[in-house]
Write a protein that binds this ligand. Structure first.
Ligand code: PEP
Ligand code: MG
Length: 888
């Protein structure tokens, strides 16, 4: 069995950068730096196997203890010092380091080995240094290894400082620090589970246990839960000779980035503190100083930059930073310490940057030849691009969060709270921003959503009506904010803190984080970005799959084109019916039983739809346009209020009683499984006939205007059988023929269907005898496969996931195993019938990178998503192509 202990330092490295899974990220990179001959204090790593053995018993086994002791003897020889003893005692830093970085979440303990003897030896030369090291070790070791409560110890220290009239510990002289240390030791002896360990080895083993145990501490568990990280991995531990940044004015500690992490500008950026140890910079007790004059100007710091104060150490840092970036081929985040003028590197890792900086760095590194274009494309998380296109809340702004929900549509906006679509319209007509707050939204609210600047709903999931519409409009939206209560009548939103937000109060909706906040928070606007344009050009050249947009209006189609969509993959035609004047005509079409009345309604609707479609197709000329016929359950279009009922009865010239009777006849227990989708088309044929005629006429008009053919696709929703498909094919062909007869012209078009029921996926072979393309409506297909209502899950899905019933929200992240299996079957069977079948996804998953990767593996032709997600989808498609090629 390997001992699990790996040494590094002065040219020796028992591991390297590729060993992060075994040594943790920190340990692996320390080995790499040592092998590169960079100034790294020597040390050794207890690897992940040691952690796994430790976890079984909560302590190190004897063999590992022996290996650690041997490694300590080696370290003593390397440093020419004795651990915890001698004239210049060796002290060590014991650092956590997991394979995946968890910044600041796990324990790190410095100055281990500071025994009484070591303390005395150091004090003989520098009494203040000895006390300063002890006042750092004592609380760290006591709270992590001896069970002393952090808050209790902090309180005890604060009381003592208060009684002595001291406000800054770090400015105190040796006797004061010594008195504080004595007081802390008393508290520790009283509160601790065991006496403070006074031998160096005992300290070391206690601290190693504590660092391993910090993997399961509150902080780490909460962080992993928030980041959806696995709990199982664990952490490695690095034991490393201390270098002291607190030796006086020629010593310091700091952090440097090889590029500016907020802008990506190629210059050394960072902070340092004179006469300090590593944790001081992170802890924020003292304000660090800038590294360079440029940083000083940018942060308006008046403190002298490191370049002036420690010029030699700065020069060494700049040189090593350049070496590290060139070696790792990635911007680095480096921790360093200067001990009496000598620079030491304590850590390097890939820098975490803003999305904007990440894009710039990737593009500049590829342009400079450090990485390939493919590598640049793979480095950017597609979801991060959304950050670049939407305004966001200034992260530094203080906030009062009043409700949390699903981040349903990214971006942030502030406005006045309204509770009805009519109020939203009225407010926006006055040029004021409205935040529409609803329990849930229905298609009838659509005009309110158009008018609102942002939306908050208490119910609904990621594919609920509000979410889908908001994303397509590019409006910030939070859905399923279940901890808030809405009383529409009273005009009050009650936040999770119990405080009311009333009609007209200002609310900020952050659809990127899912937080609603009281008041108007400062925003950061996105700027046009040259690096992003370059990256998108590379993505477009590289991707195999096309990316179309889900857009319903001419405005959305224009945005889609601007954001690089390759056409329209889904135009939900129902939204047009909720505009003034149209709903009544549609209601008459559905509810009247005389041909005359229906004809009257059609004469109203046809020209309106024709005008809609003409405006819609124009911005997309030259690109494919896929228009879906009416889909929602008919009850969504029926009048709900008494007043609406009365108006409609008058328009239709029938009694209210008769009208009510007719509506009751149409009532359904489960409308989502009733007269919806293509069933409307079969049961109320005039509706689809009218839509198809309007679409054809619009295409002809646009062809004349743009002098080019419209690449037209007509899509039927919610089919289950080949019979349905064949019937529609014949019917629409007949309309086309009649048009040719009337006008002498006929647009070319293709018939396709949405695969939204499991049966449709299973019988795709038969369905594709008549369908030329299929588009998976993964919203409904997920709903139908799980039997899980897409409109209701928002209320319980988080709870359900927390209880372990689901790993994730299948409306958010495609269920590859179940829904994906149906898709695979559908694609295979459809293509068996029709080898040139066009296959796509147009559910909300179409904008998600993992789904796009899956679609690439199925050889799909395109994905379709909200216009604002198109750039992210284009990048994800390029990444999918690269990954797929690598797999082959
Ligand atoms: C779907 O079901 O995935 C789809 C795109 O249709 P809609 O969301 O309009 O039901
Ligand atoms: Mg659907």
């Amino acid at each position: 069995m390997s001992t699990g202990v790996h040494r590094f330092g002065a040219g020796l490295a028992e591991g390297g950068a590729g060993d992060a899974a075994l040594l943790g990220g920190k340990g692996a990179n320390l080995c790499e730096m040592a092998a590169m001959g960079l100034p790294v204090p020597p040390g050794f790593i207890l690897d992940m196997d040691v952690f796994r053995r430790w976890r079984e018993t909560g302590t190190l086994d004897n063999a590992t203890r022996a290996a650690v002791s041997n490694a300590m003897r080696w370290l003593e020889r390397e440093t020419d010092r004795v651990f915890g003893a001698g004239e210049r005692p060796l002290l060590v830093a014991v650092r956590s380091g997991a394979p995946v970085s968890m910044p600041g979440m796990l324990d790190t303990i410095l100055n281990v080995g500071l025994t009484e003897a070591a303390h005395a030896a150091i004090a003989a030369r520098d009494p203040r240094l000895a006390e300063d090291c002890r006042r750092r070790l004592l609380p760290a070791l006591a709270t992590s290894a001896l069970g002393v409560d952090v808050d209790d110890l902090d309180d005890a220290v604060d009381d003592w400082l208060l009684a002595k009239g001291i406000d800054r510990i770090e400015a105190q002289d040796a006797p004061t620090l010594a008195a504080l240390n004595a007081h802390m030791l008393d508290v520790v002896e009283e509160e601790g589970d065991a006496p403070f360990p006074e031998t160096a080895e005992a300290q070391l083993f206690d601290v190693i246990d504590a660092v391993f145990a910090s993997w399961n501490g509150h902080r780490a568990r909460r962080y992993r839960a928030a980041q959806a990280m696995e709990d199982g991995t664990g952490t490695a531990v690095t034991v490393q000779a201390m270098v002291l940044g607190n030796l006086g004015d020629a010593s310091a500690t700091g952090v440097a980035f090889t590029r500016d992490p907020s802008t990506g500008a190629p210059r050394l950026y960072g902070e340092y503190l004179l006469d300090a140890q590593g944790d001081d910079v992170v802890a924020g007790i003292r304000t660090p100083a800038p590294l360079t004059e440029e940083d000083a100007a940018a942060t308006r710091s008046t403190m002298p930059p490191m370049r002036d104060v420690l010029p030699d150490a700065f020069a060494a840092l700049a040189a090593h930073a350049a070496t590290l970036e060139a070696h790792f081929r990635e911007a680095q985040d480096i921790e360093f310490t200067v001990e009496d003028g000598t620079l030491w590197l304590l850590q390097t890792r890939a820098a975490k940057t803003t999305a904007r900086a990440g894009v710039r760095i990737a593009v500049e590194m590829a342009t400079g030849g450090a990485i390939t274009r493919d590598e640049a494309l793979l480095r950017i998380a597609p979801g991060d691009l959304e950050q670049l296109l939407h305004p966001k809340v200034d992260p530094a702004a203080p906030r009062r969060v009043i409700a949390r929900g699903l981040p349903a549509s990214p971006g942030a906006v502030s406005g006045e709270v309204v509770f009805t679509p009519a109020e939203a319209e009225a407010l926006s007509a006055k040029g004021r921003a409205a935040i529409l707050v609803r329990v849930e939204t229905s298609p009838e609210d659509i005009h309110g959503m158009y008018a609102a600047a942002g939306v908050l709903t208490v119910r609904g999931g990621m594919t609920s009506h509000a979410a889908v519409v908001a994303r397509s409009l590019g409006k910030p939206c939070i859905c399923g904010a279940g901890d808030a209560r809405v009383d529409v009548q009273a005009g009050v939103l009650t936040g999770s803190d119990g405080k009311p937000v009333r009609r007209g109060d200002i609310l900020t909706v952050d659809g990127t984080s899912g937080e609603a906040m009281a008041g108007a928070l400062p925003m950061i606007e996105p700027e046009p970005d040259a690096a992003l344009a370059t990256l998108m050009g590379w993505a477009d050249a590289r991707r195999r799959m096309r990316v179309r947009a889900n857009a319903d209006t001419a405005e959305e189609a224009t945005v889609a084109r601007r954001l690089g969509a390759d056409g329209i993959g889904l135009c939900r035609t129902e939204h047009a019916f909720f505009q003034t004047g149209r709903l009544a005509a549609l209601q008459q079409l559905i509810l009247s039983d005389t041909p005359d009345a229906r004809r009257r309604a059609l004469t109203v609707l046809l020209p309106m739809q024709r005008a809609d479609f003409t405006a819609f197709m124009a911005p997309m000329h030259g690109l494919p346009v896929c228009i879906r016929l009416l889909d929602p359950p008919i009850h969504e279009f029926l009048p709900r209020t008494e007043a609406a009922l009365r108006d409609l009865a008058r328009d239709m010239d029938i009694s209210i009683t008769d009208l009510r009777g007719r509506i009751e006849e149409l009532g359904e227990f489960n409308p989502m499984l009733g007269r919806r989708g293509c069933r409307i088309g079969l049961l109320f044929p005039e509706i689809y006939d009218m839509q198809v005629r309007a679409i054809f006429q619009a295409a002809l008009a646009v062809e004349v205007e743009e002098e080019s053919a419209v690449d037209l696709e007509i899509m039927v929703p919610f089919v289950s059988t080949d019979r349905e498909t064949a019937l529609f094919g014949q019917r629409f062909e007949a309309i086309a023929a009649s048009l040719r007869h009337e006008s002498g012209r006929m647009p070319t078009w293709r018939l396709g269907v949405m695969i939204e029921t499991p049966r449709a996926a299973l019988r795709c072979d038969r369905i594709c005898e008549d369908a030329h393309f299929v588009s998976f409506g993964t919203n409904d297909l997920t709903q139908m496969t799980y039997g899980l209502s897409r409109d209701d899950t928002g209320r319980f899905i988080r709870d359900y996931i927390a209880r372990g019933g689901l790993a994730h929200d299948p409306f958010h992240q495609l269920d590859v195993e179940g829904v994906g299996e149906l898709m695979r079957i559908g694609v295979e069977r459809g293509r068996a019938t029709r080898p040139d079948l066009t296959v796509a996804v147009c559910g909300e998953h179409g904008g998600d990178a993992q789904t796009i990767r899956f679609c690439e593996s199925l050889g799909m032709d395109y994905v379709s998503c909200s216009p604002y997600r198109a750039p992210a989808a284009r990048l994800a498609a390029a990444q999918a192509t690269i990954a797929q090629e690598a797999e082959r």
